[in-house]
Design a protein around this ligand. Structure first.
Ligand code: ADP
Length: 408
């Protein structure tokens, strides 16, 4: 039965809000609002949602599974199957989504509408999920102009900053310059700032590359446990230098997921290996930075149904709940007496989120201040059979759009 065809489905009672002011607000706002029950069935759709989802009337959607209307597209422009659709994954798991940007395929015609979507699971007897979303077509066009400007500016400024950094190093080197102690103090501060500025421009260039479309993921079939272990093991030296312990594949410290699931030894994914390096690098660098000497870092990979679940856990300073909801935003840095002394640009986790989402995944963190942190990366998993098939295609240099990412 078509969702988009009026009169075919007798309308069950709508669970629309009763308060008339609330109804008025929901009927007038430009943002789409959907209320789902625990099973993911639509209980209510406001007029903006009806219009954006390409429905004829709210009644046409009531009682239907959200998967029928929340169809989304990947970066390469293919419709994502349910196991790669992050919105449906979050609905099923009852997990929050915050301003997730994605291209919606609206209505029977699958019109492409870029949206920003948020999901709030409500703690009521129905296990309701409130979904809000808005059309961000204009916002994206403006962002595109900004990104181009930032990318050009960062590129142009990188060279003079590198030159300043270089000359300051020469001035500070006793073999190339003689300076008094007071000048050394000043130049040390200038050198630290020039280094920070250089890092900022490098990070800015990295994040704008994906935003402005200069960088696209190059997917390849991968055995995930081996790949993640290899990348993580490369950090043994910096981890050791920071006087931290490191363990790969450990279920410790126990969390609900780790404790209850057996470690799957063979887990296949379809990922961009360079993106994986950047993601793991940023998460492990952070674990090192924000964990005092004597602490531990655990990295693990699990097969979790049709997902690959990676965790980077540390026993460090942790993140307060106020900061936790913001840490994946551009330039956000938790501001407290511990983090103030630790250098950073606030772009690392934004880059992680960007790369993970470009591969059809999700990233989130669980932490409490003073009690360590766990960062989770969940990516689509492929079967062993699918891995073999894609490997042959990949090795033959035949990986094409049809094969990219589809798990059928
Ligand atoms: P930064 O360059 O500041 O490290 P990130 O985007 O990587 O930027 O991280 C954003 C903020 O999130 C950090 O400033 C820090 O406050 C917090 N954070 C990230 N990772 C951790 C961690 N493992 N433990 C504690 N806090 C963290």
């Amino acid at each position: 039965m078509s969702l988009f065809n009026r009169n075919k489905q007798p309308a069950p009672a709508s669970a629309a809000p009763r308060n008339s002011l609330a109804e008025l607000a929901l009927a007038t706002i430009n943002d789409g609002v959907l209320i789902l029950n625990r099973a993911g069935q639509i209980q209510y759709a406001n007029p903006a949602a009806v219009s954006m989802l390409g429905l004829n009337a709210a009644e046409n959607a009531i009682g239907f599974d959200a998967s029928l209307v929340l169809k989304i597209e990947s970066q390469e422009g293919r419709e994502l199957p349910e196991n790669e659709n992050q919105i449906l994954q979050a609905i099923r798991a009852g997990q929050a989504l915050d301003s997730y940007k994605v291209c919606l395929l609206s209505g029977a015609a699958k019109k492409r509408i870029p949206i920003s979507i948020s999901l709030i699971p409500v703690n009521n007897s129905d296990g309701s999920r409130i979904i809000t979303f808005r059309d961000i077509t204009r916002e994206l066009a403006e962002e595109g102009e900004q990104t181009e400007f930032i990318s050009t500016a960062s590129h142009e400024m990188r060279t003079p900053v590198a030159s300043i950094e270089g000359y300051l190093s020469l001035a500070l080197n006793p073999q190339t310059a003689t300076i008094d102690e007071r000048a050394r103090t000043y130049l040390n501060s200038a050198h630290a700032s020039a280094k920070h500025l250089g890092q900022l421009f490098r990070d800015l260039l990295d994040v704008t590359k994906l935003d402005d479309g200069h960088l696209r993921p190059h997917f390849q079939p991968v055995e995930m446990l081996g790949l993640v272990k290899q990348i993580s093991d490369e950090y043994r030296v910096p981890i050791g230098n920071a006087k931290l312990n490191y363990q790969f594949g450990s279920l410790e410290p126990t969390n609900a997921l780790g404790a209850s699931r057996r470690l799957d030894q063979v887990v296949y994914g379809y990922v961009d290996v360079n993106f994986m390096r950047e993601i793991m690098g940023n998460l492990i660098d952070n674990a090192i930075k924000y964990t005092p000497a004597g602490g531990s870092i655990y990295v693990n990979v699990l097969g979790d149904g049709d997902r690959v679940l990676i965790n980077v856990t540390d026993t460090g300073m942790g993140i307060s709940s106020d900061d936790l909801i913001h840490i994946f935003q551009k330039f956000y840095r938790a501001d407290n007496s511990d983090t103030r002394t630790i250098g950073g640009t606030g772009l690392g986790l934004y880059l992680v989120k960007q790369r993970v989402e470009a591969m059809g995944g999700r990233v989130w963190a669980e932490s409490a201040f003073g009690e360590g942190s766990t960062f989770y990366v969940s990516l689509p998993r492929i079967t062993g059979e699918e891995y073999e098939k894609r490997m042959i295609a990949y090795n033959n240099g035949m990986a094409n759009n049809t094969l990219q990412g589809g798990t059928q």
